[in-house]
Design a protein around this ligand. Structure first.
Ligand code: PAF
Length: 284
């Protein structure tokens, strides 16, 4: 089946209605484009479960608080569409801004608690923007499944919360972070790194994995996190926005590893902000 590029809700609904008549199960992979192997692995996983896969490509202005960040966000629709065709996706949904946010658009979805700390504390209204657009995409597609990468772990928990709270029937499917051979988590932002910064970047995941092992092996949490912050600084990260050990589900800071936990970080390398997270196994 040839992949189609769809731009309006009306065309999307028409396509989905035909699929529903055939009894097809539908998956959504929401993206902001500039696709990389991480996105394509979500598409691949979605194709294993669903009969039809829609990939949305929409650079969402409401989650990029800084207008310069929105302007600089990489856009490559033709290349993305070709990658999706090759990957076997059925629809690339590429709505223009006013299809998602018409002039009269007045709704904001805000998820308290899980949005508050970590990235939410440093990027005001970011998760409102994510929650609003994802809710709209889930409602527009009525997907049976929606796929998200664990790299954006806080985003994943925000979406899980809103789907539960609003009674949206789409099943949220989490996929492990896809990494480069040297451990750097794949991200559209990696393209912004200079050659020197790209050489430094893998230190983030190395320090996270090493710290997670230390935390699992009975290390003092505050002391271990402080040491990891120093190591990040020494490795060349300009600023550490946060490095925190949190409960896996509520993302509240933890002082010990007595329940399922995640170690999450956001750091700056030159002008590029990188995030990553790893699971921390509890002490048995
Ligand atoms: O993870 C992303 O690319 C975006 O936050 C998402 C989920 C597509 C919403 O704009």
């Amino acid at each position: 089946m040839n992949m189609s590029v769809v731009r309006t809700t009306e065309d999307l609904r028409r396509t989905i209605a035909l699929w529903r008549i055939e009894g097809a199960k539908i998956a959504l992979v929401p993206t902001m484009g500039a696709l990389h192997q991480g996105h394509l692995s979500l598409v691949d996983t979605a194709l294993q479960r669903a009969d039809r896969v829609i990939v949305s490509i929409f650079v969402n202005p409401r989650q990029l608080n800084d207008p310069a960040d929105f302007a600089a966000y990489p856009r490559s629709e033709n290349r993305d569409a070709q990658l999706l065709r090759d990957a076997g996706a059925h629809v690339a949904y590429c709505p223009p801004d006013d299809e998602i946010y018409p002039e009269t658009f007045s709704t904001r979805i805000s998820v308290a608690g899980v949005s508050d700390g970590l990235c939410g504390a440093h990027r005001p209204s970011h998760f409102d923007g994510v929650a609003t657009v994802v809710t709209k995409l889930l409602l527009q597609t009525q997907a049976d499944y929606a796929y998200f990468g664990e790299k954006d772990f806080q985003q994943l928990q925000v979406i899980r919360r809103l789907v539960t709270d609003l009674g949206i029937s789409t099943r949220i499917m989490a996929c492990p972070t896809v990494r480069e051979a040297d451990g750097l988590a794949m991200s559209s932002r990696n393209k912004r790194l200079s050659k020197e910064e790209r050489a430094t970047a893998p230190a983030l995941s190395q320090i996270l994995f090493q710290t997670a092992r230390g935390l699992s092996a009975e290390a003092d949490v505050a002391h271990t996190l402080e040491r990891a912050r120093k190591e990040l600084k020494m490795s060349g990260f300009r600023k550490i926005e946060y490095l925190e050990l949190c409960g896996e589900h509520d993302l509240r800071p933890l002082r010990d590893v007595s329940r399922p936990a995640r170690l999450l970080a956001a750091v700056w390398l030159g002008d590029t902000r990188l995030i990553d997270n790893v699971q921390v196994l509890g002490r048995s």
